[in-house]
Design a protein around this ligand. Structure first.
Ligand code: SF4
Ligand code: SF4
Length: 300
């Protein structure tokens, strides 16, 4: 079991640090039709969606990402980090999931990651002294959920496989890394610009709009993608989504993930040098003002 500081955990304001487990943790749990609490968990939802969750559901309904987002989701901001997130929209004037039926989940094969994980919570995090993110898990025990009283014992790793969550996690890794990077950069980096937030929303959640963006003239003038790669990305939503994460690493964090056309690369280098010079000038001016203050005080 790992221990973390409260400040490392994605539960802001919650003074209780949950127990963190690795995948080998054995839990007692089984959910099945006929259990007395059947559908209780889907009657009062708070389900955040990953980009891959949206992709699967929009395919299921054969909808565009824009139409799906409008009908089935609500946007929100993840904590105070100003990162755009998307949640499932409950039924009108209620708290139940729109996909809940008396028989159970009507989108079961494409249900979102959070539904697959329940009653386990995935906690991706990065310690300040680490360069890579690591996954830990917490167990969620809610009074209404009677699955914890069932006799079956299963490890978290086995449960993840059983629930088909491994593929979902793999395909959401790039998105989680983007969020972790923002969280670990802390408030010093400040609130991202409106433009960055819009790009993040589009590339992560509104895939069909992102596709139009990638085929736009402006994109082609800036990025040096070869024709084969472009055709592959545009013809496959999953590849397009993964490309979106690469794109965001470049535009939000300055990583060189997509080659730029020569004139764009030169312009970017020039902009970088200008910024460095500006920062050095500012630091020198600040230092001079501090020294002025010190000697000024001493001379008084
Ligand atoms: S998507 Fe399915 S499992 Fe998830 S809350 Fe809705 S009905 Fe329940
Ligand atoms: S056992 Fe838990 S997960 Fe299963 S239906 Fe009941 S409340 Fe939902």
């Amino acid at each position: 079991m790992d221990t973390y500081n409260a400040s490392d955990l994605p539960f802001p304001g919650n003074p209780v640090v949950p127990q963190m487990f690795d995948g080998g943790k054995v839990m007692r749990f089984q959910c099945h039709k006929g259990i007395a609490c059947w559908n209780a968990c889907c009657s009062n939802i708070d389900i955040s969606l990953t980009p891959y969750d949206i992709l699967r559901l929009k395919h299921r309904f054969e909808m565009s990402s824009g139409a799906f987002l409008q009908k089935y989701t609500v946007p929100y901001e993840m904590e105070q980090d100003s990162i755009a997130g998307v949640k499932l929209r409950p039924i009108a004037n209620g708290t139940a999931c729109q996909f809940m039926t008396a028989e159970g989940c009507s989108v079961y094969e494409d249900r979102p990651t959070a539904c697959r994980y329940y009653p386990v919570a995935l906690l991706s995090m990065r310690r300040q002294d680490e360069y890579t993110d690591r996954d830990s898990y917490a167990l969620v025990k809610e009074e209404h959920c009677l699955g914890h009283n069932e006799p079956r014992q299963i490890t978290i790793d086995e449960y993840r496989k059983e629930q088909g969550v491994v593929e979902y996690d793999e395909l959401a890794r790039g998105w989680r890394q983007l969020i972790l990077k923002k969280k670990s950069s802390g408030p010093s980096v400040g609130k991202p610009s409106r433009r960055s937030r819009e790009l993040f929303f589009m590339a992560c959640y509104d895939l069909d709009r992102f596709r139009s963006f990638v085929v736009s003239e402006g994109f082609g003038e800036l990025y040096d993608l070869n024709t084969k790669e472009t055709i592959e990305i545009l013809g496959d939503d999953t590849l397009l989504m993964l490309f979106g994460f690469r794109f965001l690493k470049q535009v939000l964090y300055g990583e060189n993930t997509i080659p730029l056309k020569k004139h764009a690369a030169d312009k970017r280098l020039k902009h970088y040098h200008e910024r460095m010079q500006h920062m050095e000038r500012e630091a020198a001016e600040k230092r001079a003002a501090e020294l002025d203050g010190m000697y000024g005080d001493a001379n008084d």
